[in-house]
Design a protein around this ligand. Structure first.
Ligand SMILES: [Zn+2]
Length: 683
């Protein structure tokens, strides 16, 4: 057995033994191994055969990514200064290797020379993806075009980084020192934090900032319209010409757009939008644009109704006859309080962690015909649990569950893979998949179990949905098994699908027991929660469509190289005129902090949120249509869903999988109905 636990691939990662000093030597050894494998398979004499390449190269890169995955995981859930240093030290070598591998011309030539006729369907799909990724990575370009492509990539990385730094710095640069008299209505904890922040600087008053934990509650609760206006103006003009010129993102946006357009054209596409959808489920930018416009038409009456509700409430209850953009959050919050009075605090008492976990496992076990039981594994913290999923006594997959928040653990919730299902080309043994499920629930107090908000419960179901996609797959080819190789705009289907159960009374009631009395959640409280769920869904939908449509139009019809300053805002103005019902002020410069598309991975892809929601809602509707008289979901439908969507993974297109399950293409109706945007049949 190797003395470095990161080099032990016998079975499960040795999370209890990995130390910062193991990182560098393991990365060195595994990188060298992968480099050697790359050299070997790219020699002219090496056969252009799928299995031969997999045996040499994939086995080596899999060891490397499993070890590095374990380091990355510990960095996220058990961070220490020493581990972080080791991680950051190795990071550039790791990134450089993957970049090199993805654009290696000799390897690309080898893959291209493989005859797909000799492959099974799973291998054929993985092979197709591999060749496509090489092409999109510029592997086919020659000479000056290749150099230009590389230069564009590099410059884009710089610009994205600068864009997000400017957005962050512009957010941080703002502070408003309020007097106590201006803070009426602002929650106590926000007020004390603001006082402490001012005090730390030796200043009087209360320091208000544009960071979410301060900005949001001020906009929602501060009674003073002037105060809200001050913060609102600052917020929507961040990183624009109205602030520090050094932090203005306007010119960066134009350069980023021009570079993307040039990149697309080098690869033979008319626009970046066209390039962006190549590996996605959507077939063309036009299809996306039509989808968004259809949805906008359907959502518009509900958005108008939501806005009218707000106006009436503002006038009648708050004496505001002409609400301004900085008033809407405040009015919305007051209307919500008036309509659906209940507190998260009250709801939480019914959701204890053990009861919720048991409920989740029960629905998964019933619907997907598996058993979940405790299993043993080396872990990084005593609170971590390890489970095994079995069907008919056979191991299907395993997962770690790290439920609670603690120091050194990154916030939020996520699913990550430890290893994928893979019929190993080196040993011929079928490797079963393993997942990480990480949440950040609050710890229990006074010896009581942890209490979950309904949001926590939904998040848990969401991540577990990703986990099921990874673990229940029956595909034997690593790069298309489970979540791997699934189109980016369809990957949220199984996760958002699972969220639906958190709004199903007959499922939810089994997951609740009051922490003190053991009583189940009262139906009346559940009804209030459901009613509040769709509060202002029309306005919210239109807002998402506005962002998505703006993003796609900006990356298709818009000619960035010929554009004048201000054209981006003009385009946004057109989109708003078409889609929005809520008026926007002239001075707003929200694109200047639209990090999703200018420094995240969402360029010409923001629509994916809505796209995947349509899929998951429509898939869930199949369960609503077949629900039993006892209110329980149909096991038969569960089996079909499992086989068509979860087990197939990335082995075929998401559209094929969807049609295999639903017998037709996705439709909008279910999403609209779930979000309260469908008329009842009888008026
Ligand atoms: Zn997700």
């Amino acid at each position: 057995m190797p003395t470095n636990p990161l080099l032990d691939f016998t079975d499960l990662p040795l999370f209890d033994r990995i130390r910062p000093e193991h990182v560098a030597p393991a990365v060195d050894a595994l990188l060298a191994e992968a480099e050697t494998a790359l050299q070997t398979v790219t020699t002219p004499a090496f056969p252009a055969e799928w299995l031969s390449i997999a045996k040499a190269l994939d086995v080596a890169t899999e060891r490397f990514s499993r070890a590095w995955g374990a380091v990355g995981h510990l960095n996220a859930v058990a961070d220490t200064p020493e581990l972080r240093a080791a991680y950051n030290e190795a990071m550039p070598r790791v990134t450089a290797f993957w970049t090199r591998l993805g654009s290696d011309e000799r390897l690309y030539a080898k893959y291209k020379a493989i005859d797909p006729a000799g492959l099974n369907p799973e291998q054929r799909q993985a092979h197709k993806n591999a060749v496509r990724n090489f092409v999109l990575g510029g592997a086919e370009l020659q000479g000056a075009a290749k150099e230009r492509f590389a230069a564009i990539q590099e410059r884009q990385a710089e610009l994205s980084q600068k864009f997000s730094e400017n957005a962050l710095d512009a957010t941080d640069a703002f502070a408003y020192y309020a007097a106590i008299g201006e803070l009426e209505g602002v929650p106590e904890d926000v007020v004390s934090t603001a006082r402490a922040a001012a005090e730390a600087e030796g200043k009087d008053g209360y320091k208000l900032t544009l960071k979410m934990p301060c900005y949001l509650p001020v906009m929602q609760f501060a009674k003073s319209s002037e105060l809200r206006q001050t913060l609102y103006r600052a917020y929507v003009t961040r990183a624009s010409e109205f602030g520090d010129p050094k932090l203005d993102n306007t010119a960066l946006i134009r350069e980023i757009l021009a570079l993307r357009q040039e990149e697309a054209q080098l690869l033979g596409y008319r626009s970046f939008g066209e390039l962006s959808v190549v590996p996605k489920m959507a077939e063309s930018p036009d299809q996306v644009i039509k989808f968004l416009r259809d949805l906008a038409v359907k959502a518009r009456p509900y958005g108008e109704r939501d806005l009218a509700d707000l106006r009436v409430f503002a006038a009648e209850q708050l004496g505001m006859t002409d609400p301004q953009p900085w008033d809407w959050s405040y009015v919305g919050e007051k209307l919500k309080e008036a309509r659906y009075a209940f507190s998260e605090q009250e709801v939480k008492q019914y959701f204890t962690a053990p009861k919720v976990m048991a409920g989740l496992f029960k629905i998964v076990e019933t619907l997907f015909e598996v058993n979940i039981r405790r299993d043993d594994a080396p872990v990084w913290h005593p609170a971590v649990e390890f489970y095994r999923i079995e069907r008919a006594g056979q191991k299907v997959g395993q997962f770690y569950l790290d439920p609670s928040a603690r120091a050194g653990k990154r916030g939020g919730a996520w699913m990550d893979d430890v290893r994928a299902r893979w019929l190993r080309p080196d040993t011929g043994v079928l490797q079963t998949p393993i997942a990480q499920l990480v949440c950040n629930f609050a710890e229990g107090v006074d010896g009581k179990p942890p209490l979950l908000t309904h949001d926590d419960v939904t998040t848990l179901f969401h991540e577990f949905g990703h986990g099921l996609h990874h673990m229940l797959t029956q595909i034997n080819e690593r790069d298309v098994s489970g979540i791997s190789g699934v189109e980016w705009d369809a990957v949220e289907l199984p996760s958002q699908f699972m969220e639906n159960f958190c709004w199903e009374w007959d499922v939810l009631k089994h997951m609740t027991a009051h922490v003190d009395t053991g009583e189940p959640l009262p139906r009346a409280l559940f009804d209030k929660m459901t009613a509040a769920k769709n509060f202002q869904s029309g306005l919210q939908t239109l807002r998402q469509i506005e962002f998505s449509l703006f993003d796609m139009l900006l990356h298709t019809g818009y000619d960035a190289s010929a554009a004048a300053p201000g054209d981006v805002m003009a385009l946004l103005g057109q989109v708003r005129a078409e889609v929005a019902v809520m008026p926007s002020p002239e001075f707003s410069r929200t694109p200047n902090t639209f990090s999703h598309i200018f420094s995240g991975g969402y360029a010409a892809g923001y629509y994916s949120y809505k796209w995947a929601e349509v899929l998951s809602a429509d898939a869930y509707a199949a369960f609503e249509e077949t629900v039993g008289s006892n209110g329980e979901p149909s096991i038969e439908t569960g089996r079909r869903y499992r086989q068509a969507i979860l087990e197939a993974g990335g082995s075929r297109s998401a559209m094929e999988s969807f049609k295999a399950f639903r017998g037709r293409e996705p439709q909008l109706d279910a999403l609209l109905r779930h979000q309260g945007m469908a008329e009842a049949h009888a008026a």
